[in-house]
Design a protein around this ligand. Structure first.
Ligand SMILES: Nc1ncnc2c1ncn2[C@@H]1O[C@H](COP(=O)(O)OP(=O)(O)OP(=O)(O)O)[C@@H](O)[C@H]1O
Ligand SMILES: [Mg+2]
Length: 264
């Protein structure tokens, strides 16, 4: 039975869809998992666009409106995982049915990864309810942190466990919030500190997840470490010098603590 990971934030543009496509690609290609990525950003879906799927014939909107089976719109993507796309401009759906519809698919996958809407409405609540655990995407600035604190509070209220925060688009500048700042404010561990990397935008222009091209760059390694801890599999940094001379940092420690919370 698949384990379902919801990727949320209530601030637009901080990287949810990018995180979903990258972790799905790494789970499938690096760790040989059977993965389904689901676009549950019903009002402004773009997971398909990130992956070069422009106008799918059937979508999750049809599934939620009982127009087809949840299996019908699934696309076997060349990147090694399956995609359940959504459609832009579709008429109002029933997002609170997401959990039941995804349940039908669970026997076919090891992991289901859900891309959520940034809007704090029933769309995001649908992801929270459908997920076994959540990743909250944030970036190291006050406005995003305040949204992240709010998102974590709501998730706690809904009783969906939060695996941790993915801190994205880090420049490692003095003016940024630190990992400690974010953890102190949210009481949630940071599970990845992903650098701001122009290759992510370049990869998007090629409709591909950047991390698969850069297995030895900070971005690619950090994504792989995140996935390894989420799915409870070992992963070793391929950069010998880093392995020999860097000590585990706070985020490495958080990932170690997360290991074992999911068992196949
Ligand atoms: N680590 C990164 N470095 C540089 N650019 C990034 C990084 N992560 C994401 N981006 C870029 O940020 C933009 C927004 O990313 P994305 O669409 O994933 O955000 P989102 O949270 O899903 O947005 P929305 O809330 O609108 O759905 C994209 O152009 C993406 O390429
Ligand atoms: Mg998005």
């Amino acid at each position: 039975m698949a384990h379902t990971i919801g990727v949320i934030s209530i601030k637009g543009g901080c990287g949810k869809t990018t995180v979903v496509s990258n972790i799905a690609a790494i789970m499938a290609n690096e760790f040989n998992k059977k993965v389904l990525a689901v676009d549950a950003n019903f009002s402004s879906p773009n997971l398909g666009l990130h992956l070069g799927i422009i106008n799918p014939k059937k979508t999750i909107n049809d599934v939620l409106n009982d127009k087809c089976s949840p299996f019908d719109p699934i696309i076997e993507h060349d990147f090694g995982f399956d995609l359940l796309p959504a459609s832009l401009g579709a008429k109002k759906t029933s997002p609170n049915r997401l959990k039941n519809k995804l349940h039908i698919l669970k026997d076919n996958y090891d992991f289901i990864v859900i891309d959520s809407s940034p809007n704090l409405n029933d769309e995001m609540l649908a992801t929270m309810m459908a997920a076994d655990k959540l990743l909250v995407v944030s970036s190291p600035d006050y406005p995003t942190l305040s949204c992240t604190m709010h998102a974590t509070k709501i998730a706690v209220g809904k009783k969906t466990p939060i695996a941790g925060i993915v801190l994205n688009k880090m420049y490692n500048k003095q003016f940024e919030l630190t990992i400690d700042d974010v953890e102190d404010a949210t009481k949630v561990p940071v599970l990845a500190a992903l650098p701001h990397d122009v290759n992510v935008m370049h990869a998007l222009s090629q409709t591909a997840p950047a991390s698969i091209y850069y297995p030895k760059k900070e971005l690619g390694v950090e994504y792989r470490k995140l996935v390894g801890s989420l799915i409870n599999e070992d992963y070793q940094d391929p950069r010998l010098l880093k392995r020999l001379f860097s000590r585990p940092n706070k985020v490495d420690e958080n990932r170690e603590l997360l290991r074992g919370t999911w068992k196949p």
